[in-house]
Write a protein that binds this ligand. Structure first.
Ligand code: HSE
Length: 289
């Protein structure tokens, strides 16, 4: 028996929703898994260089967590993975690997674990529910985690929305981009983000695209991460003048994410602005629903 799962990458935060908003993108990782006589891990593609192919591989490890929870013993696995999701760029590649590993292992043994159980396991591994929620459930996921349980609601993204991601060439580890954040924040910043994030979610749920430029603003993480991504401050300040509905750092960065109206005639202008400011390559990604 061999199973194959296809898991989307994602963008987290959408600006103010730090560690709480995630949206699936049409970039994918594919994972194949079967029982084997001896463990073999095939990582397909150049960007997989340096990733372990022994039992310390993340996908192998999360698969064993599923088997343990389900009370099944499958110590040897053959795993193949191919991914279109650029690594260490803020596009949820590690969340996709975790969710893909959990989902493939669960499917291999007849799916005894619920999606909610997989969500709890994935969130505990990532320590935030945003990327894993989007990879597991698709669409736009609004979530929180209290350290014990994660809760979520999936929202259908508005079909007038399109996502443009501008992906710089350099990598930025989530660890480094979280390390620069202050441990303590002011009440004013907390209120700013709760307000903006709440209005952003309400705008996305009710189709108020006109509210996105004002709601997609953050005081909790982007200002502190700006020094790590040259061009970020300028993009945050000016992208709406170049046709973006809203703009944010994608997850922990360095990718920049812009929301655009599907029918906008200014996509080329926006792409040029992002490219010129970030000096990165770009790809266009549409929402997944
Ligand atoms: N919410 C997370 C962060 C996503 O911004 O650090 C990155 O994994």
């Amino acid at each position: 028996r061999k199973v194959r799962v296809k898991v989307p990458g994602s963008t987290a935060n959408l600006g103010p929703g730090f560690d709480t908003l995630g949206m699936a993108l049409d970039l994918y990782a594919w994972i194949e898994m079967s029982e084997a006589a001896a463990t073999k891990i095939h990582l397909i593609g150049d960007q997989m260089k340096g990733i372990p192919t022994d039992k310390s591989n993340l996908i192998y490890e999360v698969a064993q967590m599923v088997f343990e929870k389900a009370g099944v013993l499958i110590p040897e696995l053959e795993i193949s993975m191919y991914s279109d999701i650029p690594l260490t760029r803020g596009l949820g590649s590690s969340a996709a690997a975790i969710v893909g590993g959990l989902a493939a292992a669960n499917a291999l043994i007849g799916s005894p674990l619920s999606d909610d159980t997989l969500f709890q396991m994935a969130t505990a591994l990532e320590q935030h529910p945003d990327n894993v929620g989007a990879s597991l459930y698709g669409g736009l996921v609004v979530a929180f985690w209290d350290g014990e349980r994660a809760e979520h609601i999936r929202v259908e993204p508005d079909d007038r929305l399109e996502v443009l991601v501008a992906i710089p060439h350099f990598q930025l580890s989530t660890e480094k981009a979280r390390h620069v954040l202050p441990r303590e924040q002011s009440l004013a910043n907390a209120v700013y983000n709760v307000g903006h994030s709440s209005v952003l979610v309400a705008a996305l749920c009710t189709g108020r695209l006109d509210m996105i430029p004002r709601a997609m603003k953050d005081a909790l993480h982007q200002p502190y991460r700006a020094p790590l991504v040259p061009g970020l401050s300028k993009i945050l300040a000016e992208a709406t003048e170049h046709g973006a509905l809203g703009v944010a750092l994608s997850g922990a960065g360095p990718t920049m994410l812009a929301l655009v109206d599907r029918d906008s005639s200014r996509k080329a202008e926006l792409e040029q602005f992002l490219q010129g400011t970030l000096r990165g390559e770009q790809i266009e990604a549409t929402l997944l629903w």
